[in-house]
Design a protein around this ligand. Structure first.
Ligand SMILES: Cc1ncc(COP(=O)(O)O)c(C=O)c1O
Length: 377
């Protein structure tokens, strides 16, 4: 199988990650923070070490401000709902995954209002327009760093500056950028990231960074292992957001993944993935009737349609006949597809990872040529 669905979750994982998961599971992985015995303490060290590596990767000065979550969706829910529990107005964009839009819509039932910055048909966002959208009751701007549909990368630094000078919190969804685009968390108030995509860690991992001074409420309580004499949730980090037993083997894998990224270098990883993506696009752009979506600086995603062909059918043929995994449809991002004018037809998304090769890319492009010919007959 040639795996071109790395935007959903990365595969394969570095062998160091697999080894770390096995090692943690095999060495008698006890419950961290729930006892003073050696196995519990060493499980606590796994969490400590992983937090440290992630902090290094994102330039976070206090690793304790990182809470482990089971994925980006959970981190986004913790962040968005945790800072908006007193009501107010949120600004977001049309390029968001439903892991951003749905929590915002759910908050609407509690009176939280929102505005959406619309992207153009190439998936571009005019970040300057955010400033005009800020109201007196705006408390949060939340946006994706990179579109999961077309790969466009957005200027989060500019957005962060606008938020800061207007005294509004700024949260980034780094689902598509963490591990492949350099991120400086010092510039944001909240950062939601996956462990299992570009970070190359196991599924079931992710996290939320909350900057010093940002007031956040917990949305799940209990089971922290700390301050058992208290009947209410601790207010210190990371316990305020880390309720219940943590997935220590997976977090051990995430630590190894972060170590791998630090060793290889995020720029090197990005360079390789971009090269593959560009090569693929250069090879397929001459296919008759092909449309490629998105523009400008991108993560390694190619979103395309063969005009007249059903995107789901194209992806199915790629899988069934040629053993190539892509993702077709609306990619959990209806509004993004609406901006790209593909909400009725969806598109095929090929997403490249660090372990893909030029040979695989050439083969996939070749197969697409054949499919486009076959579908025209
Ligand atoms: C931009 C974006 N946000 C959020 C998510 C949700 O991520 P997770 O699967 O880690 O919950 C995804 C998943 O593809 C995504 O691409």
């Amino acid at each position: 199988m040639i795996y071109l669905d790395n935007a959903a979750t990365s595969f394969a994982k570095p062998k160091e990650v697999v080894m770390a998961v096995c090692d943690a599971a095999c060495r008698g992985c006890a419950n961290p923070g729930r006892g003073g015995h050696s196995l519990s303490v060493s499980a606590g060290e796994v969490l400590y070490n992983t937090r440290g590596r992630i902090a290094e990767l994102f330039n976070i000065s206090d690793p304790e401000r990182i809470a482990f979550c089971k994925n980006t969706t959970e981190a986004l829910n913790f962040g968005i709902k945790g800072v908006m529990h007193n009501g107010g107005h949120i600004i977001t964009t049309s390029m968001e995954h439903n892991s951003v839009i749905r929590p915002i819509k759910a908050l609407g039932k509690q009176g939280v209002t929102h505005s959406i910055l619309q992207a153009d048909a190439a998936g571009n966002l005019d970040i300057n327009r955010l400033e005009k959208m800020i109201r007196r009751d705006t408390r949060l701007i939340v946006m994706t760093h990179s579109s999961n549909v077309c790969g466009n990368i957005y200027d989060i630094e500019k957005a962060a500056q606008i938020a800061r000078r207007n005294n509004v919190l700024f949260m980034v969804d780094a689902a598509q950028s963490a591990g492949t685009v350099q991120i400086d968390a010092q510039k944001v108030d909240l950062l939601a990231f996956p462990g299992h995509k570009g970070m190359l860690g196991p599924m079931g991992t992710g996290g939320l960074y909350v900057a010093e001074g940002v007031k956040i409420a917990s949305i799940i309580e209990g089971g922290t292992g700390s301050v058992s004499e208290s009947l209410t949730q601790p207010e210190f980090f990371p316990d305020i957001l880390e309720s219940g037993t943590q997935n220590v083997p997976a977090i051990a894998g995430l630590g190894a993944a972060a170590e791998f990224l630090l060793k290889e270098g995020v720029w090197a990883i990005r360079g390789h993935e971009n090269e593959l993506c560009k090569r693929f696009e250069d090879e397929i752009k001459n296919i008759e009737n092909i449309t490629i979506y998105g523009s400008g600086e991108k993560t390694a995603i190619t979103a395309f349609n063969i005009v007249g062909a059903d995107c789901v059918e194209v992806a199915q043929i790629l899988n069934d006949r040629y053993g190539i995994a892509t993702r077709a449809g609306l990619h959990c991002a209806y509004l993004a597809h609406k901006s790209l004018k593909t909400e009725e037809i969806g598109c095929v998304r090929a997403s490249f990872g660090y372990f893909n090769t030029q040979k695989e890319v050439d083969y996939a492009a070749d197969c697409l040529y054949k499919i486009s010919k076959d579908l025209q007959i």
